[in-house]
Each structure stands twice: as structure tokens, then as C-alpha cells.
Design a protein around this ligand. Structure first.
Ligand code: SF4
Ligand code: SF3
Length: 532
């Protein structure tokens, strides 16, 4: 089969959909079809759960979370693992409704869902169901990271089932679907809170930390993705072995957590955002471990140095299983040996260091100072410039935007889009750095906490604060975060670099009318508008 349909990410072909033999991300048509089959099987499982809720257990939830996470952009390119998951879902369904398999007169009640029905549905229905599906895919990734640290939430897990069930309902109209779209945002807030609790209770509250971009001589390992449990295991297993660890992409905020930063061999950050990996990894004398998205198809020049773990997978790339034995990665690091001399890298703007660790705890601990600076007029505006990075040239907008923010403004940021500007030195206001990196995309929770605290301090609605949100999206975690912001009633968000292909004109109209959401335009125009 050489055909696919996928339009879940920002780089979808022609800003419409990937429909050929492979997607822009490199996902092949057969993999896309298997991901559809897996999603259809999960909807079948959700149907089988209805009326059998008492049979649902941790295994059911784990399968649903893992299945959804697997289908996020740049997570799994491996048909074998997707087929295995489909098989597990089938077995779980048989456990819930054993009578169905042997029924002589099947009623179809627990059937798997044919995703073609969704892709060929009326465009508004398809749009709303896509918001639900892509939103819960993103949410499942956060639920997964919390789960590996032992943190689970019944309401989050049950909602994933409800949302899957909803996607399979062919007779649901816009008025049925819209409340569930908003509920994705509500439950994702709970899920991000859960992950924040998991991360901070396990590794401590992030502390503002300067991170070097220099790679010291000798063997090293680069670790990418969002999974703090994985970096902790890797740090433990490499301690005392003469191997240094460097973060990449969304792993950068790991440097700020006390229980991770205590390792002296966690040295710095390598490279920039995910879309540059094929260039940046081409000749590094070190292995790279991917713990979540964003994995791009590895080039031959470095494929033998790439390792995956957890849900991330790529055929013929060595996968580290649940036992978390990183020996193959460690051996590769020792074999390659690293650089002979310290290698001085810079960020996109020529800076040789970046700062991270401005989570809610760090920012709120200086809340008095912030409030005072606003009252005295030293700080006149806050910008949240956050979200995903990506390959489009138009994304330079975010760098230019930050460069042109007035000197009396603070830029809060999070997720991998920050690599466009996080090495800039924009100075300080009353000792507060003008750029504050709040962490990974899930740390949007920190930004929300800070916004709510500011609105309480000034006794006003969040929308009345001198705070503007200028967001960038690429994959499905950005979808659930956007829905959370809308659930909180946040208006006037600017979104780029382009609007999602799966938002139909009618759904867009609704978002514009209710939330005044708008696409980014030019830096000058947007800054003028936001600072008015
Ligand atoms: Fe295309 Fe994005 Fe889907 Fe990949 S994930 S196939 S690039 S829409
Ligand atoms: Fe980036 Fe993939 Fe979205 Fe977690 S690493 S933000 S794109």
C-alpha cells in the first residue's frame, strides 16, 4: 500500500495533508496506515470498555496511553512495535468482551473503528474530532512521563477513553463534539499539573541554571527528548565512567532539577532544536539517545550512533528496553571517544551559553520583585513566546520578535522553539533576566501558574494583564496546550508559523469569534498590536 492520509502536524505537505508514499516527516505510508489501525483498535477498546468499566485496570490504561503516544509525530517509525501494540490492544479487548470473538451474530458494537470514516467525514466534524484526537495524543505523552515516575490520575485516564469513544461516534454533530474539544483542554491542565508534580517531587523544583554549549574533550553521550526518568538512569549508569552527558532539544531543562544537576558529569547542552539534528549529528564522535519526539529518520552517516528508548522507535536502530540497561550506549561512547579537545559551539545567535530553570517555583519566589517592577513601570509588558520549533524559514519570526521586544519587557519561554533566541543576551530588569526559560512544553503549566498569580496580584482577569502569548506549534502536544489555554479563557493568542490544516474555516471562525485567536503576521505589526 502506497497511500496515506495524515495532517496532524504543522509541516504537513502543502499545508494540507500528506497523502503520498511518505510524509514530510519521513513516515512511510504503511507506518501511517498501521498508526491508523492502532488508533482504530484503541477506539474499539474504548467501545468494549463501555459497560465493562469494572474490568478496566492499569494495563488497560497503560496500553491506551502508550498507543496514543506512539502515534505522535516523530515518535515511532517502526512497524514491528506498532503491530505488537495492535496485538496487545486486541488481546485486551478480548479480555473485556470475550464473548464477542466467538459470537455467531456480531452486532458490531465493539468493532474497531475505520479511520477512513474520520478522514472522509464532513470537514467540520473531521476538524473537531481531529482536535480531540491530536489533543489526546499530546496529553497521553505527558501522562506517560508522569506514569513512569509513578504518578497516575484516574480522571485523566478515564477521559482518554471517553475521547476515543467520541471519535468513533459517527452520528455526533458539532454541538456534541465542541464541549469535548474544550474538555481536552481542561483535562490536559490536570495532566500537566500531574507531570509537574511528578517531576518536581521526584527531582526537586528547578533552579535557574546557566548551561554551557561547550563540549569538553573525551567520551560523551547526547540525550534528547522529554523523559527525565531516562536521563536520571543514564546519569546513574555513567557516573564515574569518564563519560560526560549533554542534553539536546527538550532535555535542556533537566539541568535545572536539583536531583539531576547534582551529577558533575551533566556538563552542558549540544545542538539546537530537533529539525537541525540531521546536520548537527552528522559527524559527532558520540552516541545520541532519543527518549521521545522529535526523532527524524537518521542519516546513514550517523545511524549507527543513534539509540531509542521508551515509545520512540525506528526500524534497525538499537532500542533500549524497559530494563533501562544503557550498556550499548555507554560502550558506543567509549568506542567513539568524543572530541580530542574541548569543542566550543554556539547557539543560533552566536551565544556560548543558555539559561534555564525559571519554573513556577523560581518565578513565584521573586513574585514581590516582579510585582514591584510592574508597579514602578520598570516592567511594562510580558510576552510568552513559546512552543515548538520546526523547519520552516518563517519561524525566524520568533527570533526577530524576541529581538525587537522593548527593553522594559520580559520574555517567558518554553519548549524547543526557544532555540531561536535562547542564546541572546537581552540583559536584565532589576536583576531579573529579560528571557526566562520555564522549561519543556509541558511546563506551560508553569506559565499558567505565573499568569494566574499575576492576575491575583493585580486583582484582574488574566486577559487584562500586560501579557501577550505568541505561540509556535508543530506537533500534537502543542494542540493540547492550546486547548488548555482556550479552556482557561485566554484570548488574543497569536499562533504560527501557519494555522493547523485540520482546523476548518467554520471551526476557525468559532475560535476567532470566541477567543480572538489570530495567525502571526509581521514582527512590527504584531508588536504594535500587542503593545497598544
Ligand atoms: Fe505529514 Fe506531519 Fe503526518 Fe508526518 S506527521 S505524515 S509530516 S502530517
Ligand atoms: Fe519540540 Fe518536538 Fe514540540 Fe516539547 S521537541 S516541543 S516539536
Amino acid at each position: 500500500m502506497e497511500k496515506m492520509f495524515c495532517f496532524q502536524c504543522e509541516q504537513t505537505a502543502g499545508c494540507k495533508s500528506c497523502t503520498g508514499a511518505a510524509g514530510v516527516c519521513g513516515k512511510k505510508a504503511d507506518t501511517a496506515q498501521l498508526q491508523d489501525e492502532l488508533t482504530g483498535a484503541l477506539i474499539g477498546l474504548a467501545r468494549a470498555i463501555e459497560g465493562n468499566e469494572d474490568l478496566v485496570n492499569e494495563r488497560t490504561y497503560r496500553l491506551i496511553i502508550e498507543g496514543l503516544f506512539t502515534t505522535i509525530t516523530n515518535v515511532s517509525f517502526d512497524n514491528v512495535t506498532i503491530k505488537r501494540l495492535i496485538e496487545y490492544v486486541k488481546l485486551e479487548k478480548t479480555r473485556l468482551v470475550p464473548q464477542c470473538g466467538g459470537c455467531g451474530a456480531p452486532c458490531g458494537r465493539n468493532d474497531n473503528y475505520d479511520m477512513q470514516k474520520l478522514w472522509n467525514a464532513d470537514e467540520d466534524i473531521r476538524s473537531l474530532k481531529s482536535l480531540i484526537l491530536f489533543g489526546i495524543r499530546g496529553m497521553a505523552a505527558y501522562a506517560y512521563h508522569a506514569w513512569v515516575l509513578g504518578y497516575k490520575d484516574e480522571e485523566v485516564n478515564s477521559f482518554l477513553i471517553k475521547a476515543l469513544f467520541t471519535i468513533g461516534m459517527d452520528d455526533y454533530g458539532m454541538s456534541d463534539l465542541l464541549p469535548i474539544v474544550m474538555e481536552v483542554g481542561k483535562i490536559n491542565l490536570k495532566c500537566m499539573k500531574l507531570l509537574d508534580k511528578a517531576n518536581t517531587e521526584t527531582y526537586g523544583n528547578p533552579i535557574p541554571t546557566e548551561v554551557s554549549l561547550t563540549v569538553e574533550k573525551g567520551p560523551f553521550i547526547v540525550i534528547s527528548g522529554h523523559d527525565l526518568y531516562d536521563i536520571k538512569q543514564l546519569l546513574e549508569q555513567t557516573e564515574g565512567k569518564g563519560i560526560n552527558i549533554y542534553t539536546h532539544g527538550e532535555m535542556l531543562p533537566a539541568h535545572a532539577y536539583p536531583e539531576l544537576k547534582k551529577y558533575a558529569h551533566l556538563k552542558g547542552n549540544f545542538g539546537t532544536a530537533w529539525q537541525n539534528q540531521q546536520k548537527e549529528f552528522a559527524d559527532i564522535p558520540a552516541p545520541v539517545l532519543f527518549t521521545t519526539n522529535c526523532l527524524m529518520p537518521p542519516k546513514e552517516s550517523y545511524a549507527d550512533r543513534v539509540f531509542t528508548t521508551e515509545v520512540v522507535a525506528y526500524s534497525e536502530i538499537v532500542h533500549i528496553g524497559e530494563n533501562k540497561d544503557f550498556t550499548p550506549v555507554i560502550e558506543k561512547a567509549l568506542e567513539l571517544g568524543g572530541y580530542a579537545e574541548d569543542k566550543h559551539f554556539t547557539g543560533i545567535n552566536g551565544g556560548n551559553k543558555v539559561m534555564t530553570g525559571f519554573g513556577h517555583n523560581a518565578v513565584l519566589s521573586v513574585a514581590d520583585k516582579v510585582v514591584e517592577a510592574v508597579k514602578s513601570g520598570a516592567i511594562k509588558h510580558f510576552f510568552l513566546v513559546g512552543g515548538c520549533d520546526g523547519a520552516k524559514a518563517g519561524r525566524n519570526y520568533y527570533r526577530e520578535f524576541v529581538k525587537h521586544t522593548p527593553a522594559d519587557s520580559i520574555v517567558l519561554t518554553l519548549a524547543c522553539g526557544k532555540y531561536r533566541f535562547n542564546d541572546l543576551d537581552l540583559g536584565t530588569i532589576d536583576g531579573l533576566p529579560r528571557i526566562m526559560d520555564m522549561g519543556q512544553c509541558n511546563d506551560a503549566y508553569s506559565a499558567i501558574k505565573v499568569a494566574v498569580a499575576l492576575s491575583e496580584a493585580f486583582n484582574c482577569d488574566v486577559n487584562e494583564l500586560p501579557l501577550s502569548m505568541v505561540l509556535s506549534w508543530y506537533e500534537q502536544k502543542a494542540v493540547c496546550i492550546l486547548l488548555t489555554l482556550l479552556h482557561l479563557g485566554i484570548k488574543n493568542i497569536l499562533l504560527g508559523p501557519s494555522l493547523p490544516a485540520f482546523v476548518s474555516p467554520n471551526v476557525l471562525n468559532f475560535l476567532v469569534e470566541k477567543y480572538n485567536i489570530a495567525p502571526i503576521s509581521t514582527v512590527e505589526e504584531d508588536l504594535n498590536k500587542l503593545l497598544k
